[in-house]
Each structure stands twice: as C-alpha cells, then as structure tokens.
Design a protein around this ligand. Structure first.
Ligand code: NAD
Ligand code: DAU
Length: 350
C-alpha cells in the first residue's frame, strides 16, 4: 500500500483531487492534511468518511514540528501539495499569512520529506501544485505562457507561490529530491469558496445583490473545469517526468465582463427569470491593486507528453456549475453563515 499525503484536501481543488484518488486507488492510503482555515470545508468530503483508504489529519503546514512528526510516523511515499492561501484580494490586505503558509509551509514539507526519505528516493515523489499567476500578466497581443516563460509575479499571492516554486526546484537541484510541478490557470466548478468570482456572482445573482466588477471588466482569465485539473494532477503524479514542470490550462480565455454576462444569462434562465434581467446588478468598482490584465496557458507539453486535454466546453461547464450551486443552496448558505466550520467538531469531536 502506498501512502499519499494530499495537503489542502478540504479546499476547493484539493477536495476534487482527494475524492478522485480515494475512489480510483483503493489500494493506496490517501491522507488529507489540512489546517481547516476559513477556506477549508471538510463537509465537502463527507461522502468519503469511513472509507478504509481515507484518513484526515488537521495540521498546519507552517508548524515545522507537527509536519516533521507526520512524516516520521506515517510512511509517506508521495506528496501532492495544494495547501495554500489562495485569494489574491486577501493577499493584498494580509501578505504575511501568504508568506507563512505558501513559502514557509512549503519549505517545511520539503525539508520533512527530504529527511524522512533520507536521500533514498526510490518510489518517492513530491508534487507541488502552482498557478499561472507566477508568470505575471500578458498583453492582448502576447503569446500564451509556456513552461519557459520568465517568472514575474505582481501580487503578494503570486510572489509567495513563485517563491514556493523556486524552493521546490532548489530541493531538486540541491538535494536530488524527486519533484514535479504544475502551473494551472483559473479553475471553476463545485465547492469553490464564494469569495472567488464565479461562486460569488452566482450567489449574489440569486439574492439580487450587486455584482462588483473590478475596473472595466476587461481582464482576461483562462478558465478550466476543476475536475479536468484533478485529472491532469492524477496523470502528472503517476506519469509526469521527475524534475519537470507542466502547464495546465483550458485554452479558454474570457474577458471578465463577457464571462459575467454569460453567468447572468445562465443563472437567470435556471432561476426562471427573464434572461439578462440581472445585468442591472453589475456594479463597476475600483480596480484590484496590481490587477494582472491577462493570463493564458499553453498546455501543449502536457497534451503531447501525457495526452491530457480538457473534457468540457466552457458553456457546458458553466451550465453544470450554476446548476450545482443552485441545487446546493444549503452548501452556499452554510458557507456564507459560517456553519460549515462546525462540521469538523461534530465529526471528529474536537
Ligand atoms: P482553497 O483556498 O480553496 O483551499 C486551500 C486549502 O488549504 C484549504 O482547505 C485550507 O484550509 C488549506 N490551508 C490553508 N493554509 C493552510 C495551512 N497553513 N496548513 C494546512 N492547510 C492549509 O484553494 P484552491 O483554490 O483549492 O487552490 C489549491 C491550490 O491550487 C493552491 O496551491 C493554489 O495556489 C493552486 N491553484 C489554484 C487555482 C484556482 O483557480 N483556484 C488555479 C491554479 C492553482
Ligand atoms: O490563475 C489562477 C488563479 O486563479 C489561482 O492561482 C488563484 O488561487 C485563484 O483565486 C484565481 O485568481 P484570480 O484572481 O484570477 O481569481 P478571482 O476569482 O479572484 O478573480 C477572477 C477575475 O475576476 C479577476 O480578474 C478579478 C475579477 N473579480 C474578482 C472578484 C472576486 C472581479 O471583477 N470582481 C470580484 O468580486
């Protein structure tokens, strides 16, 4: 039995990765390590409770002693590291939390893995999940980010992720730690915390609340359905080349304002409102500081080496996603009320 440590498994992307691995690899033990910050919602994985190959550990990756102990006591063979502070706006008001979790936390995991594996790296792998934001911002006429694009982060969030990426590569180059990295574009889908654009706006449309569009809504993001990201992570973890970086992206660039109008049409239709009626909720607000104009990923390396392609057309993915949030209003309500934070105590008695 292999023991796979997945950090940040109670978060948005992590929960999809944990579910995929627990169900697909019954002979592997999947250990979900998460601090359960505001972004961690363990009820996202309630369907896995009691499965023999699933274990949850509440721990903070910025606590070196706790992380070392976990590596000393559990025979970890592989790490898929997703735990992070992930919201750009929060990084602007509280950059220190981002340095602590994203940089120091990653370093703690690297050092603990290196020491536990004691340079006998046979069968071991440290997989670091990163973001396209480390590459900076593109103009409208520039070609997409490749794995060779120079790092140029602009927000405290992307600076902290860039720093963690550098540490991961440094552990490979200096100590020979077997690592692999991937840098992905914007994800969307079920279980995303409603501070991020898509779930926030679906919830606000539902309650007829203003939709705060930063600046003129001209920024472009490259959207990928979260389960396609989880599938890419599975492929890279099992078949990626050690020491390599893979870009993951949807090939699906949308200007924010166009995406918001699509979201409004879809949500109005599913709510039985006149299509487009909620456009009156659009409210242009002060732009995000240092707001990157455009992200776009060239994922041809992943496609050519491992045969990965996104499975969903965007309109279909948005339809599916809006339906999910509307059909799971109790999920959105428990998150916005804070009730979701009681789940761990109820289930684990702490
Ligand atoms: P998220 O904010 O939804 O979840 C993060 C998880 O990490 C939460 O469960 C939280 O409790 C946990 N966590 C935070 N600090 C921790 C700590 N100190 N110790 C242990 N656990 C801690 O994030 P997400 O959107 O699922 O992103 C997951 C990863 O993927 C991040 O590394 C992010 O940088 C990267 N990523 C995200 C996107 C995206 O569009 N969301 C795109 C590319 C890459
Ligand atoms: O590109 C990958 C990144 O995508 C991940 O690394 C981050 O963890 C993830 O949060 C996401 O970052 P963004 O900043 O692109 O996502 P967000 O949902 O916050 O914003 C998407 C776009 O919408 C961005 O241009 C800012 C804009 N926006 C966002 C919010 C929350 C608004 O106009 N209004 C809003 O209220």
């Amino acid at each position: 039995m292999r023991h796979i440590l997945i950090t940040g498994g109670a978060g948005f992307i992590g929960s999809h990765v944990v579910r995929l691995f627990v169900n697909k690899y019954p002979d592997d033990e999947i250990i979900n390590l998460d601090k359960l910050t505001y972004a961690g919602n363990l009820s996202n994985l309630s369907d896995l409770e009691g499965k023999p190959n699933y274990k949850f550990i509440k721990a903070d990756i910025s606590d070196y002693d706790a992380i070392r102990k976990i590596f000393e006591t559990l025979k970890i063979d592989g790490v898929i590291h997703l735990a992070a502070e992930s919201h750009v706006d929060r990084s602007i008001t509280d950059p220190f939390s981002f340095a602590k979790t994203n940089v120091i936390g990653t370093l703690n995991l690297l050092q603990s893995a290196k020491d536990a594996w004691r340079e006998n790296y046979e069968g071991k792998l440290f997989y670091h999940i990163s973001t396209d934001e480390v590459y900076g911002a593109l103009n409208f006429n520039e070609s997409r980010f490749t794995e060779e694009t120079r790092y140029d982060p602009h927000s405290p969030y992307s600076a902290s992720k860039a720093s963690s990426d550098h540490f991961v590569r440094a552990y490979h180059d200096t100590y020979g730690l077997p690592v692999v990295l991937s840098n992905c574009s914007n994800n969307y889908g079920p279980y995303q915390f409603p501070e991020k654009l898509i779930p926030l706006f679906i919830n606000n449309i539902r309650y007829n609340k203003p939709l705060p569009v930063y600046g003129k809504g001209e920024n472009v993001r490259d959207w990928l359905y979260v389960e396609d990201h989880a599938r890419a992570i599975d492929l890279i973890f099992h078949r990626g080349r050690v020491g390599q970086t893979y870009n993951i992206g949807g090939g699906n660039e949308w200007k924010n304002i166009d995406l918001i109008k699509l979201l409004i049409k879809t949500t109005d239709r599913l709510l039985g409102r006149e299509m487009g009626a909620s456009e009156k909720l659009i409210t242009f607000v002060t732009d995000r500081a240092g707001h990157d104009l455009r992200y776009a990923i060239d994922a041809s390396k992943l496609r050519n080496e491992l045969g990965w392609t996104p499975s969903l057309q965007f309109e279909e993915g948005i339809d599916q996603t809006v339906r999910w949030y509307l059909e799971h209003q109790e999920w959105l309500d428990s998150v916005t009320s804070g009730e979701y934070q009681n789940y761990y105590r109820r289930m684990y008695g702490e």
